[in-house]
Write a protein that binds this ligand. Structure first.
Ligand SMILES: [Cu+2]
Length: 512
């Protein structure tokens, strides 16, 4: 495959403003363009052949998304922000393995955007991340057409700038019609950290982190005092994020005004209704920018069945830890009563929550922290992929991603380079690669690879879970195995929205 030049680095504020001006010009001319399907290097015969090899049911599932500004109700708190179809989260997209999925995305934003299908091993030219898929110009639309070869819990969000942190995200569920009914009810739970429209904007937070590093703490706090909310307490800031034993140090860079479950603040939590004794499958998705969540359901143990869509040997825990971009599926047997589902913002002394209700009552107060949060917490090391989805031990190629950077310069990098100067990792089709993440920084990073689901190798060499996003703790080395079976140019990046925007991203390129 010929190499396509990399596009510019993720949008900086300057890029953001320039893109906005371009958008305005296009609209003013009355000539909105429609993005055309990619051609040239990104739509190769290999990609076409790969698509033909995926299972196909012949059924088409269509959906329509509009990315635009919206007023959303977080539960008595209103936020003017960005959203898909003016909903937070955006509408669920659901299909079977092998269905042709056709999603038309209308870009009503004032800057280019895209919709990336996080976790799905889809054809490269529909990934929704440039350069493999062109971004959608303001006022234009693009129809993503793809199929998913594997069932699972996925989600979608833009791969441009900080769009996800403004609220552009939605759940995507791929069902396996052959799967026996192992549960009676299903609850999709999207977790988020929230500031847009109620505190500093994500862009202002990023600019503060970028321009001042740790030195920005004081000015951010001061800005809070002068901000539109008028109260320092309600403004996000970079100071005061605590440490987390599970994350090996600082838990994050930013404190947020709110933490949400399915777009609702804790004081106005949504309620999921079931019957006592029913087995409820909970699909948990962490859509946050800078927050790991420790997730528990009061009064229940949970059986973890899937990590990032792929089955694990069912394992009972009291809580699970999710970094940004990660998904866990768990099954609980519902008790009799009203039970808070609590996602504790790791290191940030705040919670997101919802309620499971199988009886009358209201349950404990909004800041209740169930004891399950401090019992057995499942992390990546706790789980093992089921034998049928484990990858072979073979390795043809070693790939390395050294993670570096720090809060002072806010200069997050992979292999010593920010994205606009990156040297891609390369692989040939059919190779089995071992990819080693070596974290040389004092911050944890949830590392995400597009188009593939890798197998984590545990510290003792034994097989871990299949994942597409894995937490790499400070100074930790994590090795994962992947099979190069999906040709293209694939993003490899930290799923901390601010680290990624600062340049903590590279690509895995197929060269043969
Ligand atoms: Cu990071």
């Amino acid at each position: 495959m010929r190499r396509q030049p990399l596009v510019a680095a993720p949008l900086t504020r300057r890029g953001f403003l320039a893109a906005g001006a371009l958008g305005a010009a296009l609209v003013a001319c009355g000539r909105p363009t429609t993005a055309t399907p990619p051609s040239g290097p990104s739509a190769t015969a290999a990609i076409t052949a790969g698509e033909a090899a995926r299972p196909h049911t012949g059924k088409t599932v269509t959906a329509q998304l509009t990315a635009g500004s919206a007023d959303v109700d977080l539960g008595g708190v209103r936020a003017h922000t960005l959203a898909y179809n003016a909903q937070l989260p955006g509408p669920l997209i659901r299909a079977n393995v092998g269905d042709d999925i056709a999603v038309t995305v209308e870009n009503d934003l004032d800057h280019p955007s895209s919709t990336h299908w996080h976790g799905i091993a889809l054809r490269n030219d529909m990934d929704g991340a440039a350069p493999a898929t062109p971004d959608i110009a303001p006022g234009a639309n693009f129809t993503y057409r793809f199929s998913s070869p594997y069932p699972g819990t996925y989600w979608a969000h833009p791969h441009t700038g900080l769009g996800t942190d403004y609220g552009l995200y939605l759940p995507v569920i791929i069902d396996d019609p052959a799967e026996p009914g192992r549960y009676d009810a299903e609850w999709i739970v999207m977790l988020d950290d929230w500031t847009s429209g109620v505190g500093s904007s994500p862009q202002e937070i990023f600019d503060g982190l970028r321009s001042k590093g740790m030195g920005g703490m004081g000015s951010m706090t001061g800005m809070g005092g002068m901000g539109p909310m008028g109260g320092m307490g309600s403004m996000p800031g970079m100071g005061g994020v605590g440490a987390s034993d599970l994350l090996g140090g600082d838990a994050g860079d930013v404190n947020y005004p709110y933490y949400l479950v399915n777009g609702r603040i804790p004081a106005a939590a949504s309620t999921f209704t079931a019957k006592p004794g029913q087995r409820v499958r909970i699909r948990i998705i962490n859509a946050a920018a800078d927050t790991a969540f420790r997730f528990a359901l009061a009064g229940h143990r949970m059986t973890v069945t899937h990590t990032d869509g792929f089955p694990v040997v069912p394992t009972e825990v009291d809580a699970v830890l999710l970094g940004m971009g990660e998904r866990y599926d768990v099954v609980v047997t519902a008790g009799d009563g009203v039970f808070p589902l609590v996602a504790s913002a790791e290191g940030k002394n705040a919670v997101a929550r919802a309620l499971l209700s199988t009886a009358a009552g209201s349950g404990p107060g909004a800041d209740y922290r169930p004891p399950e949060l401090s019992r057995l917490v499942g992390t990546v090391d706790t789980f093992t992929a089921t034998p049928e989805v484990q990858l072979p031990a073979r390795t043809d190629l070693d790939l390395h991603a050294r993670l570096s950077g720090g809060m002072m310069q806010y200069d997050w990098m992979i292999n010593g380079r920010p994205y606009d100067q990156t040297v891609p990792l390369t692989v040939d089709r059919g190779q089995h690669a071992t990819l080693t993440f070596a974290n040389a920084s004092m911050m944890w990073h949830p590392m995400h690879l597009h188009g593939h689901t890798f197998q984590v190798i545990k510290a003792d060499g034994s097989p871990g879970p299949r994942k597409d996003t894995v937490i790499v703790k400070p100074m930790q080395t994590v090795a994962v195995k992947l099979v190069a079976d999906n040709p293209g140019i694939w993003m490899l990046h930290c799923h901390n929205g601010y680290h990624m925007d600062a340049g903590m991203m590279t690509t895995l390129d197929y060269t043969g």
